[in-house]
Design a protein around this ligand. Structure first.
Ligand SMILES: [Zn+2]
Length: 283
C-alpha cells in the first residue's frame, strides 16, 4: 500500500520515486524477500528511479552521523537494561517506555554500554501530515532520550531514514500510519543535523479480517506470496486504489497494470485518503 501511495504522490507531483530496502535488522530479514518485492513491483507496472538503496550497505554513513552526535555532546552511552528502565520509567506509552535519562551524565560504575542515545529537550515537535493532519508530540514526555544504536544490533530506523532521506534529497515521505508516532523523533534529528524536513503522508494500514493489525512481514508476504499477478495485477491495483479512497472505474480491471497506475496518478485525490485502518477490500 505504501508502494502504491508513495508512487502516486511522487508522480502526481512530477517527482522521482526511489526504492529503499529497510533491511538493517539483518538477522530478521527473510532471505530473498527484497528480490521478490522488486519482481512483484515490476509485474505491477511500477517503475522506479535510480538504484535501489539497501540500508544494510550504508552502515558507514549511519556510524558517521552517530559519531557527529557524540562529538557535539548530543549523544551518550547508556548501560541500562530494559528491566532497569522499566523499574524507573513512568507509565509505558504507546511507543514503549519513556527513558528517564539515567546515563546522561556518564555510565555508572560497572555498567557497560548497551546503547547510544540521543538527548532530547523539553519541546513539542509538530508537523502537518498530508493525510492525518496536525500531529504533535512532546519528546521528553513520550519517549525521552531515544536509542540510535544498540551495542549488539543495528543502527536505529530513526537515524537511518533521516540520513538516507537527506542523502537522496527526499522531499516527500509516504508510508504506513504505524510510523506516524515515530515521525517527531525523525524531525527532531533532521533539526539537529540541519536537514530539511520532507512533507509526510501517513497512509491507513491494512488490517486482518477481524481488525487485527498485520505485521510488516504479513503485509510483505501477502504481496509476494507467489500470486499469479499476470491478470490479477490490475484488479489488485484497482482494489488498492479503492482502499486509498480513490474511485477508479471497474473497467480499469481490464487495463494493464501500467494503465491503472497512470489513471491513479492522473486522478489522485489526496484529501480522499481515509485516516482509519481497514481490511483490504474484497473483489
Ligand atoms: Zn541508561
Amino acid at each position: 500500500m505504501a508502494a502504491l501511495g508513495s508512487y502516486l504522490v511522487a508522480r502526481c507531483a512530477g517527482g522521482l520515486w526511489y526504492l529503499r530496502m529497510e533491511d538493517l535488522d539483518l538477522p530478521r530479514v527473510v532471505p530473498g524477500i527484497a528480490d521478490d518485492m522488486l519482481a512483484t513491483l515490476e509485474k505491477l507496472g511500477f517503475e522506479w528511479d535510480g538504484e535501489v538503496v539497501y540500508q544494510s550497505r550504508r552502515t558507514d554513513c549511519y556510524r558517521e552521523a552517530a559519531e557527529e552526535l557524540i562529538r557535539r555532546g548530543l549523544a551518550y552511552a547508556c548501560g541500562c537494561t530494559r528491566s532497569e528502565i522499566a523499574q524507573i520509567a513512568s507509565a509505558p506509552h504507546e511507543e514503549g517506555l519513556v527513558y528517564p535519562g539515567l546515563c546522561r551524565d556518564g555510565l555508572a560504575e560497572g555498567k557497560v554500554e548497551r546503547a547510544l542515545r540521543v538527548k532530547v529537550y523539553d519541546e513539542v515537535v509538530s508537523f502537518d501530515d498530508g493525510v492525518m493532519g496536525r500531529y504533535s508530540q512532546h519528546l521528553t514526555g513520550s519517549c525521552g532520550d531515544f536509542v540510535i544504536h544498540r551495542a549488539d544490533g543495528p543502527y536505529a530506523y530513526h537515524l537511518a531514514v533521516v540520513v538516507d532521506d537527506a542523502a537522496a534529497g527526499v522531499n516527500q515521505v509516504v508510508r504506513g500510519a504505524d510510523l506516524l508516532a515515530s515521525t517527531p523523533r525523525q524531525i527532531y534529528l533532521q533539526q539537529v543535523f540541519n536537514y530539511a524536513t520532507p512533507a509526510y503522508y501517513h497512509l491507513p494500514l491494512v488490517t486482518g479480517p477481524n481488525g487485527a493489525k498485520l505485521s510488516k512481514r504479513d503485509n510483505a508476504v501477502s504481496l509476494s506470496a507467489g500470486r499469479d499477478l499476470g491478470q490479477d495485477g490490475s484488479a489488485l491495483l484497482v482494489s488498492a486504489l479503492r482502499f486509498l479512497g480513490q474511485a477508479p472505474p471497474s473497467s480499469l480491471k481490464d487495463a494493464t497494470p501500467s494503465e491503472v497506475l497512470a489513471w491513479g496518478v492522473a486522478n489522485l485525490d489526496i484529501s480522499a485518503i481515509p485516516r482509519t485502518s481497514a481490511p483490504f477490500p474484497e473483489e
